[in-house]
Design a protein around this ligand. Structure first.
Ligand SMILES: Nc1ncnc2c1ncn2[C@@H]1O[C@H](COP(=O)(O)OP(=O)(O)OP(=O)(O)O)[C@@H](O)[C@H]1O
Ligand SMILES: [Mg+2]
Length: 481
């Protein structure tokens, strides 16, 4: 028997068209935003609300523009190009994330002639636990990436090391060689000579460059906390703040480099523990019986006279020998005067960019003055001096006269010391002697720390105070470093 098509077949087409229209109307009514683009992904129509979300008050004004110009991150072009819908997606906008659907529009011959996009949900957290989880995970990912990037990326490479004097070139040669080898590196040199910069460059050029670079500034951490900082602790190993447990720097640096800055300040007892880890390549976090492999390369640095500390019995000889394999002596600036011009120019170039002023330059007499000073604080002092000179200078050309008052005892250092004292005592509002003394001390120590770029050991040396005492006073007076 022949099957006859139902009599109402002609109406089916009608229903289909109505269905399409009402689907569009429903979505459009429901949607917080609708956009239609042509086959070239140019906006054909956009509703007022959606245009306003992207900062366009008049929807007419965006007609004919590329969709990405109006909606950054739009994927409508992909829909017109592939002819495939993107049924559910999350679009990141400046303000928030929205849930969108994008459908191709087909002509009678099945060709894609454009696309329509709807915002399904304005607030993705309303959509479902799944999407709100997405928002949370994304936020976590961003913050993790951020902290990883900070830990991992070396701040400096060999190209940041400026200097073409024979001694500087030799330092760079030794450092490049150290980067290729796996033994510990020991960087010796006065304060401000660039040891930290070298440590970053060595890590960055080493086979561990993709691993983390983790720094422990031994002088900045109270002796009692150093062991915890190094090896971490199992949850419950401590009561109080660290009850949750803590991952030590050795574990954090796994696969990368551990930079032990100011190693000369390491307490004697901990030196023995460090030596054991270096020899056995493993350690146990405090309060645990878990053995962690120490897959780290050590770079240690100090401005102290390590052999002298060994001779005095303050630094373990066996640890010194263990570290003293690839030793690089970073010479003080006064032994490489011909580097001063290049370093000073690089500093001024950077300051030019930072201040946004005209190009900063040194007059010949200013350069001569820089080369006649001994620079006890080395490159750091040179940088601070130039920064101050630029800050106070009226002109972009810095001459000897304007520079003189900022150099060393001519002003900044010695003069700065007395200034700091005046500054510290001036304007103290305290009703009694002990409060006034406390406030004076707080300001004086804060000034000293600022002058030493926050280096506790260095500030302590400058003002003639023991490092541990300075540390205690910082904590007691609530000074921020
Ligand atoms: N060769 C160099 N070229 C350019 N800048 C340098 C050079 N050496 C040091 N600097 C800069 O000088 C400053 C001090 O360097 P760094 O912190 O590496 O010194 P340091 O030897 O670790 O000092 P400290 O012993 O006080 O910790 C930094 O701003 C660094 O970028
Ligand atoms: Mg340093």
């Amino acid at each position: 028997m022949e099957l006859k098509p139902p009599a109402l077949l002609a109406d089916y087409d009608h229903v289909r068209r109505l269905a399409m229209q009402s689907l569009f109307k429903t979505l459009e009514n429901f949607s917080e935003g609708t956009v239609i683009v042509d086959r070239n992904a140019r906006v054909v129509w956009i509703n007022r609300h959606y245009a306003a979300r992207f900062g366009f008050d008049d929807p007419q004004a965006v007609i004919g523009l590329d969709c990405e110009t109006v909606i950054p991150n739009s994927m409508m072009r992909e829909v017109v190009q592939t002819g495939e819908p993107i049924l559910l997606d999350i679009l990141e906008t400046d303000r928030d994330s929205i849930v969108v659907t994008r459908l191709p529009i087909k002509g009678d011959d099945g060709e894609t002639i454009g696309a329509v996009g709807f915002v399904l949900f304005n607030e993705i957290k309303g959509l479902s636990p799944l999407v709100s989880q997405y928002a949370r995970l994304r936020a976590e990912l961003i913050s993790t990436r951020h902290s990883l990037a900070q830990v991992r990326r070396p701040k400096y490479s060999f190209s940041s090391l400026i200097g073409t004097s024979a001694v500087s070139l030799e330092v760079k040669r030794q450092a490049r060689r150290a980067a290729r080898l796996a033994s510990p590196v020991l960087l010796l040199g006065e304060t401000g000579t660039g040891k930290e910069l070298l440590a970053h460059a060595i890590h960055g050029a080493s086979g561990r460059a993709d691993g983390p670079l983790v720094t422990v500034n031994v002088a900045a951490i109270p002796d009692t906390l150093l062991e915890l900082e190094f090896f971490g602790a199992e949850a419950g190993a401590y009561t109080g703040a660290d009850r949750k447990g803590r991952i030590g720097k050795f574990e954090l640096a796994s696969g990368g480099t551990l930079f032990l800055d100011e190693i000369g300040d390491m307490p004697f007892a901990l030196q023995g523990k460090l030596l054991r880890v270096l020899q056995e390549q493993e350690f146990e976090p405090l309060g645990s019986n878990r053995i962690v492999r120490a897959d780290v390369r050590i770079i240690a640095a100090t401005s102290a006279d390590l052999p002298a500390l060994v001779a005095q019995g303050k630094f373990r000889a066996d640890l010194y020998y263990r570290l003293n394999v690839l030793t690089i002596r970073v010479p003080p600036l006064r032994e490489r005067l011909i580097d001063i011009e290049a370093i000073a120019c690089a500093i001024l170039d950077k300051l030019t960019v930072e201040t946004g002023a005209g190009r900063l330059e040194l007059e010949r007499d200013a350069l001569a003055l820089l080369c006649s000073y001994a620079w006890p604080g080395n490159v750091r002092e040179l940088r601070n001096t130039l920064e101050r000179a630029v800050l106070f200078s009226e002109s972009e050309r810095i001459d000897g006269r304007s520079l003189a008052s900022f150099i060393g005892d001519g002003g900044a250092q010695g003069g700065g010391g007395t200034e700091a004292t005046h500054g510290a005592s001036g304007g103290i509002e305290a009703s009694n002697y002990s409060d006034a003394m406390r406030e004076f001390e707080r300001r004086f120590l804060a000034d000293a720390l600022r002058a030493a770029d926050g280096h506790v050991a260095q500030a302590a040396a400058r003002i003639g105070m023991a490092r541990a005492t300075l540390y205690r006073r910082i904590v007691a007076l609530g000074i921020e470093i």
